[in-house]
Design a protein. Structure first.
Length: 536
């Protein structure tokens, strides 16, 4: 049994953050749309109702009947979740005079209430709401107030039901994690046993039961997600798993060969398909970024399908989809936060059932799972790489020669990032360690490579641009290469990485001296938004 807390999502942007915080407390949780409570799941130990962009009075507000869960599980309503319960259980919610946003302090709170166990006086919380509760239902009592918000928190008498109008998941709620811990551990009884190893054990057991003797095919990309999914499935069903790795010709230098070797060492049953000639032929003369993506997506599906058809009797298609990939489809307010990138999408007519063993995990959790299965570090810490590969890093049309130039420049850059070591301390060190980078703290310092310190890096060939240069006594008229490196936690927003000048100087020299066809190197200093990580 894998105990879990269910988070019902009423559309708040911080719903995922609640999940994140619970996982950090080694408590497994799953997020469901507000109206899709999994009634038949026997492993639920508690329920959290999230915030929402709507007011309870908004005609578009999400409404749901909570009678099936009230009294059955401990419930914690956060912001809208708290207001919705107060509103529907006999209390009153009204617009706040002014929107209550930002820091506040709990001036009074019930010290012996389990929800506030180990709380400090005047604990700082983060408010963000336009409505406020003005009257509690009859049998509810106020358990905390701030100077502006009388009912900052409440509990239903004799019930395991709480509401807080502030956001414990927000960074600025100083004891927010303590509150979530109090709820998850002291109230719901979480054993805090969610770990990478326990995930592997329970997922392998589930996969064995679900898949039995069925055959499964899986598309590998060389990236961490599909690789971890493959190793997990291999543990569960062994040779009934066939992996297909398509080379579209626009991977990094030597990547197809190197990754195939890695996969073989991991004991995976992998078919490598070199389809680069087809992709290059279909891309001749195409420079529009969306066209490129479409052609590559279509070709990928064709090649993958043709190979998959040879696997007679396959019943399942496995994918390395992870939780952030699904945010768009889960986002119930209809606002597109991030467009869903997936080469070619799911081959719809394959008549295969879908198996996504990592669909509840965040990226750093996938990495932890990979490590716990003994996968090599370079495969686990590999930066994300777009499905269409270097095609979206070459401005203009694609030719094998341009790919060769970019592969050489990119290879120098990435190797340089791996070789350059930096010492980090304080918050920088903690952020890198929290992301799962293996490094030992010595005297408050860790040493990591620039590569491990950043989320993603790559070179971009500006093949539609030419600039004049001079090499020896020769005038040159060649292309610039732009280097990109960003820090991020989920690719939804990103900042350009502040790489050391001496590193940039050396890399620039090495690229210009060694890569024929490049006479200028620039560094991209745009954050996302407004720019995107990839240039196309
Ligand atoms: P952007 O450029 O949208 O990228 O800021 C966000 C993240 O998604 C990756 N990316 C892709 N991944 N197919 C993919 O599988 C794609 O077409 C694609 N486009 C961007 C990008 O590398 C970054 O990690």
């Amino acid at each position: 049994m894998q105990q879990k807390i269910v988070i019902l999502d009423f559309g708040s942007q911080t719903t995922q953050l609640i999940g994140r915080r619970l996982r950090d407390l080694d408590t497994f949780c799953e997020i469901f749309p507000y109206n899709k409570f999994p009634y038949d799941d026997p492993d639920i130990i508690g329920v959290i109702l999230s915030g929402s962009p709507f007011s309870v009075y908004d005609p578009k507000a999400f409404k749901v009947d909570l009678s099936g869960i009230r009294g059955k599980y401990p419930i914690l309503g956060i912001c809208y979740g708290a207001q919705y319960m107060a509103h529907t259980m006999g209390g009153k919610v009204a617009p706040a005079g002014t929107r209550e946003y930002g820091r506040a302090n709990l001036q009074s709170f019930e010290k012996d209430n389990l929800l506030f166990k180990d709380f400090d006086d005047n604990s700082q919380v983060w408010m963000s709401h336009g409505d406020t509760i003005v009257a509690l239902p009859d049998n509810f009592r106020c358990i905390a107030s701030t100077d502006k918000v009388q009912y900052a928190a409440y509990q239903a008498e004799g019930e395991q039901l709480w509401g807080v109008q502030f956001h414990p998941e927000a960074f600025h709620s100083m004891q927010g994690i303590q509150l979530l811990k109090n709820f998850a551990v002291d109230i719901c009884g979480s054993k805090q046993d969610w770990s990478a190893a326990s995930f592997v054990e329970s997922t392998v057991a589930q996969l064995k039961e679900e898949l039995g003797d069925d055959k499964v095919i899986l598309g590998l990309s060389g990236g961490v997600d599909s690789s971890v999914a493959a190793v997990l499935l291999n543990k569960a069903i062994g040779k009934n798993l066939t992996c297909i790795f398509v080379d579209h010709g626009m991977l990094r230098k030597n990547e197809f060969h190197d990754v195939m070797e890695d996969y073989k060492c991991l004991g995976l049953n992998v078919i490598g398909v070199d389809a680069s000639a087809k992709f290059f032929a279909d891309l001749v003369g195409v420079s529009d970024p969306e066209q490129k993506r479409k052609i590559i997506g279509r070709d990928f599906v064709e090649v993958f399908n043709a190979e998959a058809k040879k696997q007679t009797g396959a019943k399942w298609l496995a994918q390395g989809t992870i939780y952030p990939d699904r945010i768009e489809s889960l986002n119930i307010t209809g606002k597109v936060i991030k467009s869903h990138h997936n080469v070619g999408g799911l081959p719809e007519k394959m008549n295969l059932r879908l198996c996504e063993p990592l669909k509840w995990l965040f990226k750093d959790e996938v990495r932890r799972v990979g490590r716990s299965m003994g996968m090599p570090e370079h495969l686990i810490t590999r930066h994300p790489f777009p499905g269409p590969g270097l095609a979206v890093r070459i401005l203009g049309d694609i030719t094998p020669e341009k790919v060769r130039i970019l592969q050489d420049a990119d290879d120098i850059y990435i190797r340089g990032l791996r070789e350059y070591k930096v010492k980090l301390n304080g918050d920088d060190a903690r952020r890198v360690l929290a992301a799962g980078v293996p490094a030992n703290m010595k005297n408050g310092e860790i040493e990591v490579s620039l590569y491990d310190q950043i989320w993603q890096a790559g070179a971009v060939l500006l093949s539609t641009v030419r600039s004049v240069g001079v090499m020896g006594d020769e005038r040159t008229y060649e292309h610039p290469v732009a280097l990109r490196a960003v820090t991020s936690t989920d690719a939804m927003s990103a900042d350009w990485a502040h790489l050391p000048y001496d590193f940039m100087a050396n890399i620039s020299n090495e690229i210009i001296n060694k890569v024929k066809g490049v006479n200028r190197v620039c560094y991209d200093i745009s954050s996302k938004p407004p720019a995107t990580i990839e240039w196309e």
